[in-house]
Design a protein around this ligand. Structure first.
Ligand code: SF4
Ligand code: SF4
Length: 320
């Protein structure tokens, strides 16, 4: 496994980051025990970086996976990044302490403001950012930052000294970028990285939409020097094994590729959907519409981020 300095944070992270969303209640709904087995496979393969969020509900899975401390493969520190939608000082403090308690750790590696869209959104979350900066001074978190699907937010974060880390959406075709082209996202991220921000990518495979261009999509993201790590969602031991090989520059057998392609995920909306429209409003990609009183998904726009599932009171949306 290759490791990189995450900007100027002082954190050293594996190039492959375990994206935990996929094992939790918004996607595969694995039990904490089963989710921990998948995560543990990654840790034993040299991954020392795990990405999650307050809404993913995966702290119990991660907690079980990290019992015993360092990854067995090389004894490196395990860095856990989480994020919250909190916008007040107290709300962010509560989110951070909840993560620390649920994960049973002394401090967090990274804590982010979830889904920022622009300078204005960051400004609106300024009290939450202050809470994170104060927590960093107290040693409760080692680096703070934002996650985003927007170029504007990357540009704003690059200018803000308090922000150490950016988790942007970036992939081969720019699928899912809210406000511009892939070229513009690359330029903005290059500037941010040059200013010392740690960059770890999400949605490198466009939520599965780029699986038919898998080799190209992986070569693209690995080829971006300013991307210090890539968060990849994994649900099974086989998926972890494949990604470990890919990120270690090893060949992947045709057998393993076939097995994984059969595990392609999709968003399913139950026939019981009552057409309340909450999921349609929540989807940042415009992938959901209401038709004849039911939500329907446009799979070519859907990134399988799971945000819509988190607002359906009756759990009618699943990613399987
Ligand atoms: S939030 Fe649930 S009930 Fe409401 S439209 Fe979406 S799937 Fe249907
Ligand atoms: S439909 Fe749901 S999973 Fe797909 S992009 Fe929209 S919010 Fe994300």
């Amino acid at each position: 496994m290759e490791y990189r300095n995450l900007g100027k944070t002082g954190l050293v992270v594996s190039r492959l980051c375990f994206g935990a969303l996929t094992v939790g209640p918004l996607q595969a709904r694995l039990s904490p025990e089963d989710g921990a087995k998948v995560i543990r496979t990654a840790l034993n393969g040299g991954v020392n970086f795990i990405d999650t969020a307050e809404i993913y509900g995966t702290d119990p899975h991660i907690r079980k996976a990290i019992i015993g401390g360092s990854s067995e493969s090389d004894g490196r520190d395990i860095i856990i990044a989480s994020k919250s939608y909190a916008y007040t000082y107290q709300g962010m403090e509560t989110s951070l302490m909840k993560a620390i308690s649920e994960l049973n750790v002394d401090s967090m590696g990274i804590f982010l403001m979830h889904e920022q869209e622009s300078y204005l959104t960051i400004k609106g979350h300024w009290d939450a950012l202050r809470a994170l900066v104060d927590a960093k001074k107290k040693g409760l978190v080692r680096a703070v930052g934002i996650s985003t699907h927007a170029i504007d937010a990357v540009k704003a974060a690059a200018e803000i000294d308090e922000i150490d880390v950016i988790q942007p959406l970036i992939n081969l075709t720019g699928l899912g970028i809210l406000d511009g082209t892939i070229e513009e996202m690359i330029d903005a991220l290059q500037v941010a990285a040059d200013r010392g921000k740690g960059i770890y990518a999400m949605k490198a495979l466009g939520g599965g939409n780029l699986l038919n261009r898998y080799d190209e999509a992986v070569a693209f993201i690995k080829g971006l020097e300013f991307v210090h790590s890539v968060a990849v969602g994994m649900q099974t031991v086989e998926e972890v094994q494949m990604n470990l090989r890919v990120f270690s520059g090893e060949e992947v057998s045709e057998n393993l590729k076939k097995k994984i392609s059969r595990q392609t995920r999709q968003l399913i909306i139950d026939e019981w959907c009552e057409g309340c429209g909450a999921c349609v409003k929540r989807c940042p990609q415009g992938a959901l519409t209401l038709r004849h009183g039911k939500a329907v998904v446009s799979s070519e726009k859907c990134l399988l981020c799971g945000y819509c599932a988190s607002v359906c009171r009756d759990f009618y949306i699943k990613v399987i």
